[in-house]
Design a protein around this ligand. Structure first.
Ligand SMILES: Nc1nc2c(ncn2[C@@H]2O[C@H](COP(=O)(O)OP(=O)(O)OP(=O)(O)O)[C@@H](O)[C@H]2O)c(=O)[nH]1
Length: 312
């Protein structure tokens, strides 16, 4: 009589070995842990290579570092329903604390052959994908910044000025608070380029931007709106205060000396100020009146402040 029990046992051992051979050939971490005791019951070859042998230890002792108990991010709680029955697969991403690599983890509660509930995790290394995503994210952020930032001076560009000014303008209209705009334009800037070169002119524009930036409040919106043209929106500011501000800026620019390769360069600007006393003005109206006022300042003697009040 053949010993069927022994044959059964033998074929089970063979199929178990075959099963483990298959799991060992997979290019992903696969492990099984008891959901109650956290005992690590199985690690495939991929996992053993990175985390070592289970050696009757807990999953949190082998697979993570610095743990003195079950991990705070353990997914066991998500794998069972309120009746303690296995739920659907839970997929998540995690940076392993031992290998420092990112994995997409596919976790599931299943019944182990001896009847206990275990967690099986299949984790695929997605570090390269994560790095690429981070690079793409940074590039996107930089592209967005560049789309709204003047590269030379770091100020807002014209597009950003429009976008950032609109909420301030809407708020002024709602509250009836005054709103002022100062436009300013470098005087005889062509001569700066002609005398000292374009690179020197760039340096002067940067210094001009820094000088003005150092004088404004947090809610003010400053932008380079053209080559040597700038705009400054001042919320809650009436025409008198805006004129004082423009005069302060004029003096600060006049006092500025730019040292470019040992050459000391001076600059002045013409300022055009406009304001709406009740906040009822569009950006186009404010820009138009500030432009006209700047034109008047240019026509006078430059390096001065001209004012045009918006009709109420
Ligand atoms: N270096 C440098 N020059 C610039 C830049 N953008 C514009 N410019 C120069 O600014 C000068 C502006 O010249 P104009 O419009 O004739 O004005 P201006 O010489 O400043 O004279 P007024 O405005 O009448 O006082 C031109 O020579 C432009 O090339 C820039 O980014 N860098």
């Amino acid at each position: 009589m053949p010993d069927t029990k022994a044959q059964d046992q033998q074929s089970k051992t063979v199929s178990q070995r075959a099963f483990e051979t298959v799991l060992d050939s997979i290019d992903a971490a696969i492990y099984v842990a008891d959901m109650q005791s956290y005992d690590l019951l199985f690690l495939n070859a991929y996992s053993r290579k990175r985390w070592g042998e289970a050696n009757n230890r807990k999953c949190w002792q082998v697979l993570q570092q610095g743990q003195s108990g079950p991990c705070s991010f353990c997914t066991n709680g998500r794998l069972l329903d309120s009746n303690g029955e296995p739920r659907e697969v839970h997929i998540w991403e995690f940076r392993n604390t031992v290998t420092q690599r990112w994995y997409q983890c596919r976790d599931q509660a299943i019944l182990w052959p001896d009847g206990r509930l275990v967690r099986i995790e299949i984790a695929t290394d997605i570090t390269e994908l994560k790095d690429m995503q981070a690079e793409l994210g940074a590039a996107k952020l930089r592209a967005e910044e560049l789309a709204y930032q003047d590269e030379l001076t770091g100020l807002n560009n014209r597009r950003a000025f429009a976008a950032l000014s609109q909420p301030t303008i809407d708020q002024a209209r709602r509250s009836g608070q005054p709103l002022a705009l100062i436009g300013f334009d470098a005087d005889h800037f062509k001569q700066v380029n002609d005398c000292y070169g374009h690179a020197a002119g760039d340096q002067v524009l940067k210094s001009l931007a820094d000088t003005v930036r150092s004088q404004i409040r947090a809610g003010d919106v400053l932008a380079r709106v053209g080559g040597e043209e700038f705009a400054l929106l001042l919320p809650g500011t009436d025409i008198a205060v805006a004129c004082d501000m423009a005069e302060r800026l004029r003096k600060a620019v006049e006092a500025m000396t730019v040292d470019y390769a040992g050459k000391l360069i001076k600059l002045t600007c013409s300022f055009g100020v406009t304001a709406s006393s009740d906040g009822n003005a569009s950006l186009e109206q404010l820009m138009h009146f500030a432009d006209k006022a700047t034109y008047i300042a240019k026509a006078r003697q430059r390096n001065c402040v001209a004012v045009l009040t918006l009709p109420a």
